[in-house]
Design a protein around this ligand. Sequence first.
Ligand code: SF4
Length: 374
Amino acid sequence: MNPDLILKSALQFEFITAGEGQYLFEHVPTVELMYVANEMRKVFHQDNKVTWIIDRNVNTTNVCIANCKFCNFYRIPGHADSYVTSIDQYKQKIEETFRFGGEQLLLQGGHHPELGLSFYTTLFRELKKLYPELKLHALGPPEVAHITKLENSTHREVLEALMEAGLDSLPGAGAEILHDRVRRLISKGKCSGREWLDVMRVAHQLHLTTSATMMFGHVETLEERFQHLVWIREVQDEKPEDAKGFIAFIPWTFQDADTMLLRIKGIHNKVTAEEYIRMIAISRIMLPNIKNIQASWLTVGKEAAQVCLHAGANDFGSIMIEENVVSAAGAPYRFTSQGIQDAIREAGFEPQLRNQQYEYREIPEMMEQQVIDY
Ligand code: SF4
């Protein structure tokens, strides 16, 4: 293979194959990948802005029957520490989020065996009635697939009902690596890769904005990582022209602390900062039909994420007023609104607050600064 020719095609926004992408990843120096990815980013984002968002990750329930081997967050049904979040708890968390300048909940939870569609539609309606301006970036393909099975329904019917009740956008959670060999090893109880893609395909047909993710650095092969990227790209290519589809792609690294994968199988996250930066660059190169690439400072830390902004990433994600899933597996990093803007400026860019549709927002005039004490 000729890397120069492949990179030339990439710069013309052509789809390069999984094999070509892997070849670049294995043979081309990091600075060259960064250069090409950065040039591609500049086509989408001509200003010098890096976007960020204020939102809060709230969990509907920690009860889950999926038993993912990288997850320290869930509890089995009936466990003494299991919970379903109450409306009073939502109220307290939402009002605090508004005070910190946020307008959205990232609302996710486990696969509860008894919470079907009406639980979520009632919850969404209640929250929207209490806070009409609140945005719900909620659930994800595995939860939609789980609800669909509980209801013996279809992805379309479930998504339509959730949208009707107030779902504003669908996070790309639970993709991990979409190849089913990997899913059998780490998340057997979750939806298959095919189901994940189908939920997203249907969401796009319904003009529901989504995002896509990849959690890597565990049991997957490089081939499987690249297949994952190609599948995401194909679904994005099928979306209706006037739908946003996958508005962003967010790759992050497996957080191993105290997970079953580490304890029983001895699987460590061995992804270095340089490998993460290369994956960001290659994501931009492999996904020329997705406008936003987000660097996950939460899992790789501030410095590596700052370099990613010169390697094709244009978004720094959320300050995450509360995050319980990745943090439960060891991700130690935190940002306040001020901290995330300082980090973006330090990297040479202008911070720009956005919403989940990636539209620019003004920073609210009256806004409390969060104190990080957890
Ligand atoms: S990652 Fe999600 S689906 Fe998997 S065990 Fe944890 S809560 Fe359940």
